[in-house]
Design a protein around this ligand. Structure first.
Ligand SMILES: [Zn+2]
Length: 259
């Protein structure tokens, strides 16, 4: 499988990197994990066919994860996509996005391809082509929910990471976390070929200490602040210190890895 890191910046605006977006390409299908960066321009410039991606995973409502979703849909419309697009995520996120597309003048009867809205629930696997996706809930927005949910009951405070099983291998997308222990449901019970993990909400030592007991071949660090840029060597050292035995990669935008 090929993983292309379209955006590796965290929520702070980076000087050089786009917000969240990771494209996974299996032989007959592709899955975009979040859409916070300028994904449409990347696809167009890279001469990807308009039926890429086959599916999109939207983890939560922060703009660095969903802010470019409608722009991508507009681009796919104008590039004359016809293949259905499967969109996965928390039910309320999908409801908001469906409504947002109508408000952005991207009506189902206009865009020329169907969007299949497929709400997911933690622990319940769903299949899309070669991908089996199992959501796990993170606590990323729990503190904000405690403060603001009462006053803003229509806002969605769910955040879902994903275990992604494809061709007998497991990959894990962290989405945003409050603490790395929230990855446990996706890391337990089978080896993980690649963990795509954020590093914006906890210290690196805590991440590697938490991951040390699991069987993880490689961690691909994405969604990190500019302060970590160029610090791959230091992160590898921190991983070693904490007993994490997998390979450590700190990603730049547009880097593609075969994994
Ligand atoms: Zn977030």
């Amino acid at each position: 499988m090929r993983a292309t890191f379209l955006g590796t910046a965290a929520g702070d605006t980076s000087r050089t990197r786009e917000h969240s977006g990771l494209l996974l390409e299996a032989p007959d299908a592709s899955l975009l994990l979040d859409c916070g960066g300028n994904v449409a321009r990347h696809f167009h410039a890279g001469e990807y066919p308009a039926d890429v991606p086959t599916a999109i995973w939207l983890s939560h409502m922060h703009s660095d994860h969903v802010g470019q979703f409608s722009m991508l849909i507009q681009s796919l419309w104008l590039r004359q996509r016809r293949a259905p697009l499967h969109v996965f995520g928390p039910a309320e996120v999908l409801r908001v996005m469906e409504d947002w597309l109508v408000r952005c003048i991207l009506f189902p009867g206009l865009i020329g391809f169907p969007i299949e809205w497929r709400p997911v629930q933690p622990g319940v696997p769903v299949t899309q082509g070669p991908f089996t996706l199992t959501a796990f809930a993170t606590d990323h927005l729990v503190n904000l929910a405690q403060q603001f949910q009462k006053a803003h009951p229509t806002t969605c405070f769910e955040c879902y990471g994903a275990a992604i099983d494809v061709a007998e291998r497991r990959y894990v997308y962290s989405a945003d976390l409050a603490h790395p222990r929230e990855l446990a449901p996706a890391l337990t019970g089978r080896p993980v070929t690649g963990l795509f993990c954020e590093l914006a909400h906890y210290p690196e030592d805590e991440l590697f200490r938490e991951l040390a007991p699991y069987d993880i071949e490689s961690i691909y660090i994405t969604h990190y602040p500019d302060a970590f840029a160029g610090q791959e060597k230091r992160l590898k050292h921190a991983a070693q210190e904490q007993g994490f035995k997998g390979a450590v990669h700190l990603l730049q935008d547009k880097v593609a890895e075969e994994i």
